[in-house]
Design a protein around this ligand. Structure first.
Ligand code: GLY
Length: 254
């Protein structure tokens, strides 16, 4: 059984952090409708979804992915790179301690879960504006006993590593090669995004199916040609908050 932790969208989402996007008004009601669609997509793939209540004081808290890395053996509570987001880890800690032994990234290290891409026992960590080498070192120390290897990946032009590259099948990554170099990902096959859709590299893989935004039809055609099964969701409101489909859940085995 797979569990997904999600959180309702904060009514203060319009005060979210923005790094690479210009601020545009987010329609809160529409964003909430789209988030419900996302939760339903998770349920349609037979996940047991736990929806945490919205926190009006934490604008970005719908993006629960940034607060933790959950593995079969343990979980790491991150230390988000943006100061406004650091308090988001508290409520997630309370949830995850029911499921896993926890390790904590200690100051001054910083890492967002959006920068963490796990492919089996290899964990890639984006060296973005939000995440640093100190966090990589701490994570390696926590996870070495479980056989994980961690590698830093330079990220340019986007918020997180998973804005640039995500897994879409056991041996395949969806990538924007302008933002992350393919050479880091030894032994993997690639589907490249359509160059007219730079934000199209974020897909959420569950089993053999991805949850994928409707906003990227040209890249979707490439994914379909590669044999990837797709459940579509509308996600353009939270995209204005620099959020994407992986950002809105933490998924792990019960
Ligand atoms: N608004 C998402 C982030 O900047 O963390």
């Amino acid at each position: 059984m797979l569990i997904a932790i999600t959180r309702e969208i904060s009514p203060s989402i319009n005060q979210c952090e923005l790094t690479f996007h210009e601020r545009e008004p987010i329609n809160y009601e529409r964003a909430c409708e789209q988030h419900k669609q996302y939760v339903n997509a998770l349920r349609s793939l037979r996940l047991q979804v736990q929806v945490l209540p919205a926190d009006p004081d934490l604008p970005d808290s719908v993006f629960v992915e940034d607060t933790a890395l959950v593995l079969d053996e343990c979980a790491i509570i991150t230390r988000p790179g943006a100061d406004s987001r650091k308090p988001e880890t508290e409520s997630i800690t309370n949830v995850l301690e029911q499921y896993r032994k926890l390790f904590f990234v200690q100051p001054p290290a910083r890492v967002d879960g959006g920068d963490i891409l796990r492919v089996d026992k290899k964990i890639y960590v984006g060296l973005s504006t939000r995440s640093d080498n100190n966090a990589i070192e701490q994570m390696q120390n926590y996870l070495r006993p479980f056989g994980y290897e961690i590698e830093g990946v330079t990220v340019t032009g986007c918020l997180h590593l998973k804005s640039a590259v995500t897994q879409v099948a056991e041996d395949t990554l969806l990538i924007n090669p302008e933002w992350a170099d393919k050479n880091y990902f030894d032994g993997m096959k690639f589907v490249e995004i359509d160059p007219s859709e730079p934000y199209a590299a974020n897909a959420l893989l569950i089993g053999d199916t991805i949850i994928y935004p409707t906003a990227f039809p040209k890249t979707q055609k490439r994914l379909e040609a590669a044999g990837v099964k797709i459940v579509n969701v509308d996600a353009d409101e939270l995209a204005k908050a620099e959020g994407a489909v992986t950002c809105c859940s933490l998924i792990f085995k019960s």
